[in-house]
Design a protein around this ligand. Structure first.
Ligand code: BTN
Length: 255
């Protein structure tokens, strides 16, 4: 992967590539301790030995996936803390649209941080706030590109997929990464400017809309018909007691 080209053509000011690492998010969180780190900074890996998902989830990957984390300084984008919870959805629409440009398969956003291709998970996003150097955000993205799920653990084969598995062709990972990084730069600026196109984009990509879902908020499990995603990023559910909005949780069941 040509990191020099990537830094010339995008907002990245620093980058590193690992053949194998525990987790690009863990490495990025560690790098955040350095106040002098040139940001935005990319940590890219071919393989992870302890890739992480939300909560206690692990992220399985094999050769051919795009695994990376980008450290950004929110102040550089004038991104107020009140909008940080919407970063994950913003990254989601960014990746959806990049995938939509290279394939005609149905690409959608499963609130709050998954991307689906033909109803299966093709990408996961993990945004973390480092405990040091306040103002920085770590945006972790695992995108299944040329890796096939034919070799994945059986429990993943029915719920996850890759671009190659769906489209039947290999993709240039460097080009995809370049596209994601460039569009991410533009979309983070839109988020900071409160650009109204963003909520309508994540709304139009919402795969849960009109479906009955059960949301586990860790305090309760709420079931309702999804009315889409609100402008502030909340999941809207029509429940027997009226419309309710949720800012976090795990969607457990979709009918
Ligand atoms: C999820 O689906 O819950 C989020 C998965 C995020 C996976 C990516 S892979 C690159 C980066 N490093 C990690 O350890 N996790 C993220």
């Amino acid at each position: 992967m040509d990191l020099t080209r990537l830094q010339t053509e995008t907002f990245l000011r620093g980058a590193e590539h690992h053949v194998e690492i525990n987790s690009t998010n863990d490495r990025a969180l560690e790098l955040c301790r350095d106040a002098e780190l040139p940001v935005p900074y990319l940590v890219l890996a071919d393989q992870q030995t302890s890739g992480r998902g939300r909560g206690a989830n692990r992220w399985w990957s094999s050769d051919g996936a795009l695994l990376f984390s980008i450290i950004v300084d929110a102040a550089e984008f004038a991104l107020p803390e009140s909008r940080w919870p919407q970063v994950s959805l913003t990254v989601g629409v960014t990746v959806c649209e990049v995938l939509g440009n290279v394939s005609s398969a149905a690409v959608g956003l499963k609130w709050p941080n998954d991307i689906w291709l033909n109803d299966r998970k093709v990408c996961g996003i993990l945004v973390e706030i480092p405990p040091v150097q306040r103002g920085r955000l770590v945006i972790g993205i695992g995108l299944n590109v040329n890796n096939s799920f034919a070799a994945a653990p059986p429990e993943l084969q029915t719920i996850a997929t890759s671009l190659r598995d769906e489209v039947g062709a290999e993709f240039d990972r460097a080009n995809l990464l370049n596209d994601v990084v460039r569009q991410l730069d533009a979309d983070l600026r839109r988020l900071a400017e409160n650009d109204s196109s963003l909520p309508s984009r994540w709304q139009s990509r919402c795969v849960l809309r009109e479906r009955t879902v059960s949301l586990d908020t860790s305090q309760q499990v709420v079931t309702g018909r999804c009315l889409g995603i609100a402008n502030d990023g909340a999941l809207r559910l029509q429940t027997p007691s009226g419309e309710q909005r949720f800012y976090g949780g795990i969607v457990r069941r979709i009918v």
